[in-house]
Design a protein around this ligand. Structure first.
Ligand SMILES: [Zn+2]
Length: 258
């Protein structure tokens, strides 16, 4: 298949939104930022070129002022809180978790409160009080407590479950973690985006793209550039900042329930 053929299903889906006079909504979450790097520069430059406002999930314990200085030149970026140290506390053989039930709940909440305080202190108004649990996993019993330590939102991966804070999940991960560890097949990614858009057309969530700039291969960068280009060619496409989505989701948050 040629590149045009691979992208044609998305072009057609966006045309459907255009005919319906509706906006196909996208947002982008990029995980594991700590320091300025050439890969981060590439992400910041590419998103700025296409007026995409990414949310960087920053690892509080590992970052410092160097990232602040770099992001001062990237006003289109928002930062969120990626756990505390991205450290696994699950036993060998279990799925990795920093925020699981392996430690006393108070200890995990202390970590998260410290993470929020550290990222907010460093980044000021650029920080949004949204928790992005490392490995997209968190003990369900902790979720009800997030509001009490200052979080307004949470973002994991997949269909959202009702929670006491706003939930804005990612749903299209561009990386093939269990196979090549590079970018997933572009045709399959286009299919996943179209499926999410069809779900959104019927009232479902926007397309939440998940990226990890530190491990992108050339195929991942090419995919993003193509996606941004196709999106920019459609009047029906809108890349939303995270605050708009949190504000919308907060209206439907379900206090007291997971
Ligand atoms: Zn991560």
């Amino acid at each position: 298949m040629t590149s045009d053929q691979i992208w044609q299903p998305l072009v057609e889906e966006l045309a459907r939104w255009q005919r319906a006079d509706r906006k196909a909504e996208f947002w982008l979450r990029d995980d594991d930022a700590v320091d300025p790097t050439p890969a981060l520069d590439r992400l910041l430059d590419l998103t700025r070129e296409f007026a995409v406002a990414p949310t960087l999930a920053v690892i509080p314990a590992l970052t410092d002022e160097k990232l602040v200085v770099r992001l001062d030149e990237a006003p289109h970026v928002t930062v969120a809180i990626h756990g505390w140290a991205h450290r696994n506390h699950a036993p060998e053989g279990q799925k990795k978790q920093e925020l699981g039930a392996h430690r006393p709940r108070e200890a995990v909440l202390d970590d998260l409160a410290r993470g929020l305080s550290r990222v907010s202190g460093l980044h000021g108004a650029r920080a949004v009080p949204m928790l992005v649990p490392p490995w997209n996993r968190i003990d369900p019993g902790l979720v009800a407590e997030l509001g009490s330590i200052g979080f307004a939102a949470m973002s994991v991966f997949g269909p959202p479950k009702p929670a006491s804070v706003a939930v804005v999940n990612s749903n299209v991960d561009i990386m093939d973690w269990h196979g090549t560890r590079g970018c997933r097949d572009h045709g399959l990614l286009v299919q996943a985006i179209v499926a999410q858009l069809q779900h959104a057309f019927d009232g479902g969530e926007p397309v939440g793209l998940l990226t990890h700039h530190l491990v992108h291969d050339e195929s991942a960068w090419l995919f993003l550039e193509r996606l941004f280009t196709v999106a920019a060619q459609s009047e029906a496409c809108a890349w939303l900042p995270i605050r708009a989505l949190i504000g919308r989701s907060a209206g439907t948050a379900n206090p007291g329930k997971m």
